[in-house]
Design a protein around this ligand. Structure first.
Ligand code: ZN
Length: 190
């Protein structure tokens, strides 16, 4: 994967049902579009869940797919089987608040299913680095809410998310290049 995930590889793995999400994920519009895709067993069909809105990530993490189906798959995972790939794809990198939400959601799995989660691939692929022209707003927990933060990205990495840039037809957007540079720097300097 090496810091990038191309859409063609994602559809090859999860199947063509993924295609309906292409249009939304390839466009860094005002709303966040998020997709959660999992395939639990070899030969098993893929499960998908998508969300739109200001903070689509929250819908993914609160979905039954994450809270019930994925939790069950982790609980029943056989160490002899191949690792599962759990993909969260976003049309922009998560804001500080959502990054912490995604990080703690994986951290919960790490606590509940230790030695199991670290054998899986939790991939977070974003189309580009998210800036905001708006002044910083703070959530009720006091975290900056409107754009991607260093702290948020580090929390994701620490929790075990593999962060990468989402490309379409092997093309990286301008914001995507920015994200790639950012991730490389983060990789190098820890
Ligand atoms: Zn958000």
């Amino acid at each position: 994967m090496n810091g990038q995930l191309d859409w063609a590889d994602a559809t090859a793995y999860f199947g063509n049902d993924l295609e309906v999400h292409r249009r939304h994920l390839a466009d860094a519009g005002m709303a966040t579009h998020g997709l959660l895709a999992c395939r639990f067993l070899k030969g098993d069909s893929s499960r998908m869940m998508s969300g739109d809105g200001d903070h689509a990530e929250q819908k993914l993490i609160h979905s039954k797919l994450w809270t019930e189906e994925l939790a069950r798959a982790l609980a029943n995972w056989d160490p002899r089987s191949s690792p599962m790939l759990i993909l969260v794809a976003l049309n922009r990198s998560p804001c500080g608040d959502c990054a912490h939400l995604l990080a703690s959601a994986l951290q919960r799995f790490n606590n509940d299913y230790s030695l199991t989660t670290e054998r899986q691939h939790f991939v977070l692929a974003s189309l580009g680095y998210y800036h905001s022209a708006k002044a910083t707003q703070h959530s009720t927990r006091g975290l900056p809410q409107t754009f991607t933060t260093d702290k948020g990205m580090r929390a994701l990495k620490e929790a075990g998310w593999k962060l990468c840039t989402l490309t379409f037809d092997a093309k990286t957007t301008r914001r995507g290049k920015e994200l790639s540079r950012y991730l490389q720097k983060m990789q190098k300097h820890g």
